[in-house]
Design a binder for this molecule. Structure first.
Ligand code: ADP
Ligand code: 5GP
Length: 206
């Protein structure tokens, strides 16, 4: 029997300038929150050290990615630093219809496109505590040419302006605190009255 609560999943869209620590924070959040699944994006970039195909990204050749664009497979896609990144609309729909909650890691353009195509998301922007910390974290991540790193750093400033368009902002000074903030947002959003109207009505005697 239905408990009267809303059964469709909710989705959190998380963006941050590269190097902010979004991957670190999101991984920890997902570990602590078994009810939320990660939406695995498609990308044409090569895996970094420790990244696993199918878990972190679906790593595919550019030709394959372009075919998927032509077939309308992506809810949104964007080019970042010469590589393509996209979210599968079909996978997203399937999970949400099954009532699974999703976490999406997309850039600010992706977030804007999702807002248009998929109503109802919760948009969270992660900020670095300051620009020196951002630069240090970017270089610690390694495996990239200095020039690419500098490009990511310059782009970070532009991306931070986009934070105004998000529902929530989380500052990643300490990882655990940032994870707690995202968990609090998620838990509060699950408790929204709109998700519980069926239950409320069920409990009111005729
Ligand atoms: P992003 O996914 O935003 O590009 P990563 O999660 O890959 O960033 O983190 C970049 C680097 O910063 C990694 O070396 C990571 O361990 C480190 N890092 C992440 N969060 C913090 C934090 N709060 N304090 C210090 N270092 C951090
Ligand atoms: P990275 O190469 O550091 O993993 O990711 C680079 C940027 O691409 C990050 O800002 C990340 O959020 C973004 N990104 C990852 N997956 C997607 C996606 O499916 N769509 C879009 N638009 N951006 C993505």
């Amino acid at each position: 029997m239905s408990d009267g609560s809303v059964k469709s999943g909710l989705f959190l869209v998380v963006s941050a300038p590269s190097g902010t620590g979004k991957t670190t924070v999101c991984r920890k959040f997902l570990k602590q929150t078994p009810g939320v699944r990660f939406s695995v994006s498609y990308t044409t970039r090569s895996p970094r050290r420790g990244e696993v195909d199918g878990r972190d990204y679906h790593f595919i050749p550019e030709e394959d990615f372009r075919c998927r664009i032509a077939e309308g497979e992506f809810a949104e896609w964007a080019e970042n630093y010469g590589n393509l990144y996209g979210t599968s609309a079909k996978t997203m729909r399937e999970f949400l219809e099954k009532g699974e909650d999703l976490l999406l890691d997309v850039d600010t353009r992706g977030a804007r496109a999702l807002k248009k195509n998929f109503p109802g998301g919760i948009y969270v922007f992660i900020l670095p505590p300051d620009l020196d910390a951002l630069r240090a974290r970017l270089s610690r991540r390694g495996s990239e040419a200095r020039e690419t790193m500098e490009r990511r750093f310059s782009r970070a400033i532009e991306e931070i302006r986009e934070a105004f368009g998000y529902d929530y902002v989380v500052c990643n000074d300490r990882v655990d605190e940032a994870v707690d903030c995202i968990r609090s947002i998620y838990i509060a959003e699950r408790c929204r009255t709109a998700r519980w109207t069926g239950k409320i009505e069920q409990l009111i005697p005729e």
